[in-house]
Design a protein. Sequence first.
Length: 201
Amino acid sequence: MKSVDGVLYSADGKEILRYPRAKEAAEYAVADGTEVMRDNAFKEVKLEKVTLPEGLTNISNEAFHNSDKLTELIIPDSVTSIGDTAIRGLNAIKEIVVGDGVTSIANFGICDCPSLETLVLGANLASIGQYGLAWNEGISELTVPNQSVKENYSWNADLNPEIVKVRKDATSINQAFLDCSKTTAFEVIDAYDETAEVNYK
């Protein structure tokens, strides 16, 4: 392994192993060429923003667990999976955009983020583990993927968005929003684009 500005990487630079919990910095950009994030890589760090490079393939188990100063997280399209408890207990985060490459979110993958207001799920997300999106009670806007996603306790447990944006080619939402008492509108959109024309259903 090697250290790059105090952050541990594998010797070939393709894996990020650990960002120091006590390191004082507001932002960090994971090095270009990094392909794999190891478990707990950013657990309980003091960062407010982490930039992830294209080419990264995963968000590991407990990757950002309890990093409660993090306010922004954009997951690139090259990432295909979000691990168990990867994004949990982020008290300050307001927006999470999941790239279109992500096909699975594991158990407790994105949960318990009380300040989260906007969650965009990538177009190719096919599975969400148990309580994968639970206890995000602050969400007011949710964009769901193209494919049919099984409920599996994923959408409930305090997830109660006011606006749900459904991509036009979605095939099913099952019972996903049956208990969402605060939802006032479903919007059908072509893709996640703030400037896109929206048709109301």
